[in-house]
Write a protein that binds this ligand. Structure first.
Ligand code: SF4
Length: 493
């Protein structure tokens, strides 16, 4: 179990802190058993097609704080993600009826000569220029491979400029080369917030922190009924809102892959209890999660009433969907904890899950509590899942497996993965809203979309007829895990 240390400038990467991995093939049950026995080892690929970067994940959380700016201390190429999040930010503003503003993101443009002479002066100039232009309430500096390798004193600059400008100027260490697990960047962003923005509580509030991306706010009604108020963090928060998240009555994780660090940090440093049950996906999982929420908030009786009402409402509809989906098979690709949650949803609907390509695996979360293990919950509640692959988004493995298992439907959480199902003529469902599948209603939401997708196969059938694959017949005939096991020499290519 990692203990949060807010005196340290950096949070250790997930490999070191949690023992997280990016390579595994086997069954979900085997993975859970290895993780529990402390015998989980990363398998290394002799060929890797792609990799994510922690800096992007840090940016995805910091870039949508309404009154902060982000300075990416990096070569300009590292700022390629600005466009994506500016787009998400604008769409989210419209949905929340916020004033339309573009994201305030800056890059220091580290160049070759800076790697010799250092780039701290450039960083200082950028901070001053950006401050004069925007007058933000906080400035976050995200680091890069280049700034990390040349050893720029970013923490020192942040500290000096904080004093000079009179606002928090906060270093967020998220160099891509340090971790193969890009979700480490979430931890870096949260560490910088807990360290330099959040203040000790003055009193307890009736707010409940919801650690989320930018989904559909499904917690408002439930928490209101329990006498609490949802506080969605971090995207679309203001700095003032973040200062006293330490006063909240509890922290809810929409996905512990996202919020493992901030949930544990708020509990360990400020005593805000984290709801440690796996997130509420599937009816069985939602029952457990609701009872844990009721216990932490002191609302056990009210929760039992809600569970009763919801069972009466949802279970008959669920039976109808199960009948429609009887005998159907699914394959899933998603980030870690969200993928585990979706396995529960699919199994709840009676689909046979033929396998999953999940981007990494955390054997434990920062709270150190095995009760938070959503994959163990899925396996224990619904049975094992074969063809379970921890794949760090390696599309070549995914395509090979999909071509062999040929499920009735592929479920994806990330846009870049859906085309592979479609190219093979497999109906593919992408749900970007991380809150869409949450709770009792979430099972019905997924059921409806899956039935719709299965009823509309014409598009992918035609697409497959006119598509070409970049992968050769040779590769499609190999074992999908050949490069993970070292069976195939990469010189074959
Ligand atoms: S920080 Fe490193 S890994 Fe990330 S985008 Fe820049 S160069 Fe690539």
């Amino acid at each position: 179990m990692s203990l949060v240390n807010i005196d340290a400038a950096e949070v250790p990467v997930r490999e070191a802190r949690l023992g997280s991995i990016t390579g595994f093939e086997g069954t979900a049950g085997e993975l859970v058993r290895c993780a529990r026995a402390g015998s989980l080892k990363d398998s290394t690929r002799s060929f890797s097609q792609c990799m994510g970067c922690s800096s992007i994940n840090a940016f995805c959380q910091l870039s949508m704080i309404q009154d902060a700016i982000v300075i990416n201390h990096a070569p300009v190429g590292c700022a390629g993600d600005f466009f994506t999040f500016n787009f998400v930010y604008r769409v989210g503003q419209m949905e929340r009826k916020l004033p339309p503003v573009i994201g305030r993101y800056f890059n220091t443009n580290i160049e070759e000569q800076d790697t010799i002479f250092g780039a701290t002066k450039k960083l200082e100039q950028t901070i001053r220029a950006a401050y004069d232009r925007v007058r933000p309430n906080a400035i976050f500096i995200t680091t890069s491979c280049a700034s990390g390798i040349i050893g720029d004193d970013v923490e020192g600059v942040a500290s000096d400029l904080s004093t000079e400008l009179g606002i928090p100027v906060v270093a967020c260490f998220c160099e891509g080369f340090k971790s193969k697990i890009w979700t480490t960047g979430f931890d870096s962003a949260y560490h910088s917030i807990v360290r330099k923005i959040v203040k000790p509580p003055r009193k307890k509030s009736n707010k409940v922190n919801i650690v989320n991306f930018w989904g559909s706010h499904v917690f408002d009604e439930l928490l209101k009924r329990l006498g609490y108020e949802a506080n969605y963090i971090i995207p679309f928060s203001t700095i003032a809102q973040l200062v006293y998240i330490s006063e909240a009555a509890a922290t809810i994780q929409i996905c512990p892959t996202l919020g493992t660090y901030i949930g544990a940090a708020l509990e360990q440093v400020y005593g805000v209890p984290e709801i440690k049950s796996p997130p509420a996906y599937g009816v069985a999982g939602t029952d457990i999660w609701m009872r844990e929420l009721g216990r932490v908030l002191g609302r056990e009786q009210e929760i039992e009433l809600i569970i009763n009402e919801e069972h009466k409402r949802v279970l008959p509809q669920l039976d109808e969907y199960r009948e429609k989906l009887r005998g159907k098979t699914a394959y899933l690709t998603a980030g870690a904890a969200h993928g585990h949650a979706l396995i529960a949803v699919l199994r709840e609907l009676g689909l046979e899950v033929q396998g999953a390509a999940i981007f990494h695996h955390d054997p434990i979360y920062d709270n150190g509590d095995t009760a938070s293990d959503a994959l163990a919950h899925s396996v224990n509640t619904y049975g094992d899942v074969s063809n379970y692959n921890v794949c760090s988004k390696q599309a070549y493995e995914l395509v090979n497996i999909l071509n062999k298992v040929r499920p009735d439907i592929m479920i994806a959480r990330h846009g870049g993965m859906t085309l592979w199902g479609a190219k093979l003529g497999i109906p593919t469902l992408l749900i970007g809203d991380e809150q869409f599948g949450f709770g009792y209603q979430g099972v019905l939401n997924y059921a409806e979309r899956i039935v719709e997708t299965l009823d509309n196969k014409e598009f992918v059938t035609n697409l497959a007829k006119h598509s070409t694959m970049p992968y050769t017949k040779w590769w499609l005939e190999q074992n999908p895990f050949s490069f993970l096991r070292g069976d195939v020499d990469d010189k074959v290519y």
